[in-house]
Design a protein around this ligand. Structure first.
Ligand code: AMP
Length: 228
């Protein structure tokens, strides 16, 4: 089973990706993780990528495309993969499409989690982390999971624990930059999504579009219902 997953930062893509990966027991290939590993290990690729990543820019295609295509050729991908974070622009989409075609590899699903920019930003900036359990959902901007504020200060809605914010969740400039790239329908990730939707219409790849507005559980259920 070979799957591409798309969704803006804040859409719950990581969480849903983990659900898909578990269902099919396939290798999760995440471009961001590969870059971070290379940086940590001090490889040449990591050195080339670091400056772009620190600025929140895309790493040049000349570095990114071969890294991903090589990764997909490794043994642990032979039974299937879930590709996350790639492609992020039309050039990457075309390179992936060409490489899959040449290798005779079928793309089974394209999953797109749709969430408008304002909602995605609120998801990130409103997120509050419970000291007792990171998975306790708390978000000051989402009514369904608003923290408890009955005693004047906000506390975890699940267990009453103290809440904190992640520094990078509050960096509005960085969030905007990432979203600029994602929602760009000409040069960005939205264009890559479009490429696969148009190219594969009726050709065996199942396109799954999900409304990312409901909670994680509801989105997961919808996704599970649509995957064979
Ligand atoms: P992520 O963890 O997916 O948010 O990726 C972290 C960073 O890695 C991004 O902000 C980019 O700088 C870089 N990166 C990840 N995927 C790609 C890609 N497909 N093309 C170019 N740069 C990427």
């Amino acid at each position: 089973m070979n799957i591409l997953i798309f969704g803006p930062n804040g859409s719950g893509k990581g969480t849903q990706g983990a659900v898909v990966q578990k269902k099919y027991n396939i290798t999760h290939v995440e471009s961001g993780v590969l870059f971070r590993e290379n940086i940590k290990n001090g490889t040449d690729l990591g050195k080339k990528a670091q400056v772009y990543i620190e600025r929140g820019d895309l790493v040049p295609d000349g570095v990114t495309i071969p890294m991903i295509l090589d990764r997909l050729k490794q043994n642990d991908c032979s039974e299937g993969w879930l590709l996350d974070g790639f492609p992020r622009n039309p050039q990457q989409a075309m390179a992936l499409d060409k490489a899959l075609g040449e290798a005779g590899i079928n793309l089974d699903y394209v999953v797109e989690i749709k969430l408008d920019r304002e909602a995605a930003k609120n998801r990130i900036m409103g997120r509050r982390l419970c000291v007792n359990d990171n998975n306790h959902p708390n978000n000051i901007y989402i009514d369904a999971i608003k923290p408890d504020d009955s005693d004047g200060s906000i506390k975890c809605r699940v267990c009453g624990g103290e809440l904190s914010v992640r520094a990078d969740d509050q960096d509005e400039t960085a969030i905007n930059k990432r979203h600029d790239i994602y929602y760009d329908e000409v040069d960005g990730t939205a264009a890559a999504v479009k490429y696969f939707k148009e190219k594969d219409a009726g050709k065996g790849t199942v396109i799954i579009e999900l409304d990312g507005r409901p909670g994680v559980q509801e989105v997961s259920e919808e996704l599970m219902g649509k995957l064979k």
